[in-house]
Design a protein around this ligand. Sequence first.
Ligand code: CAP
Ligand code: MG
Length: 426
Amino acid sequence: MGKVEVVEMGEWYLDFVDIGYAPSDEEILVDFYLEPRGVSPEEAAGRVASESSIGTWTTLWKLPERAKELMARVYELERQGDGYRARIAYPLGLWEAGNLVQLLSGIAGNIFGMKAVKNLRLEDFQIPESYAESFPGPEFGIEGVRKLMGVEKRPLTATVPKPKIGWSTGEYLEIARELWLGGIDLLKDDENFTSLDFNRFEERVSRIYRLRDEVEKETGERKEYLVNITAPYREMERRARLVAEHGGGYVMIDIVVTGFSALQSMREVCGELELAIHAHRAMHAAFTRNPRHGISMLALAKFARIAGVDQLHTGTAIGKLESKAEEVKRINRMLTCEWYFKPVLPVSSGGLHPGLIPEILQMFGTDLAIQAGGGVMGHPRGPRAGAQALRQAIDAAIGGESLEERAKRSPELREALEKWGYLKPV
Ligand code: CAP
Ligand code: MG
């Protein structure tokens, strides 16, 4: 490396602005939306680049020789709505290979609290292959989970035995049996259901896989259990090992509340144990929902694919939780496209019931998982009929048959339509 002259920092922030700079293909490129406050857009963008790379609020006594090579650079800045789109290039020397949490602490850390921006949102980012190679990505991916479940084409189905929490272990297993016999592929714990006095993790896991094996024999279909291992890290590891010991095929992790450090380590553990990871995103809307400030769900989903989840909730656009169709489609495209890592199966969930299935498949296609909790457990004749109605709706939608037509010969679907029709929950 040639001698880098130590420079006296003048307009410190504007030194991080180099509009028209052409980033090398060995840099991490990040797209931000920002609204300056009290400073020019250039200085606001420069402050973001400074604070997220090597800078601070003032010029400094001295800089190490390599400083200049580590400075981030704003290379594009253009009006966007009430603010600006700022594109920033980060030299790879700033980032530790394989350490996603360090990347997050840089490009998604202090900068959201800067006074010089009224709002700031991390919209998207690109990484070079040399950085991507330091991450495993998904162990199974879409092909792997479809092979695990023996389901080639149609959407995988999942159901949470609602209410979210309350069933005893025995009651839970009885419902699991009904759901699996009715045609649900994946029994799913809810995001806030872990191990409680009336339904301990150990007892549930010690019994459920024997039941699963019985139902597989009875139906000839593969069945699995998205068992929620969310807990302090060491407990998650212990629970994953227990699942593997009992012959489980998946774990579920609430990846936002557990954090990316735990997720990266659990990805290693689950790889060793050959457990697929179903990623729940509870808490994401605390920072993804505001279109002016925070982190986009697209960026969060990209971090999750790099970290190596196999399935990820991405929204429904027409269910009970906020999400826009175009955004969900864009996220699903990013999760399933050709990239450095195996594709991740999008999970559509939240307020879904049989009446909404045709529109879900019309919007998002069939390469996804559909979770219906209330939309199955709310069926007048209980979980087995609810499961049958969901599968009947999927079969009809895939076969191009209207739900009304199919309901003529499928009473479970007819009863679901009588209860919910085509209601879009709010
Ligand atoms: C859905 C759900 C899921 C949400 C999560 C719930 O239940 O189990 O956690 O889908 O949202 O607890 O609400 P229902 P997202 O099927 O009964 O609505 O998928 O958007 O991350
Ligand atoms: Mg839930």
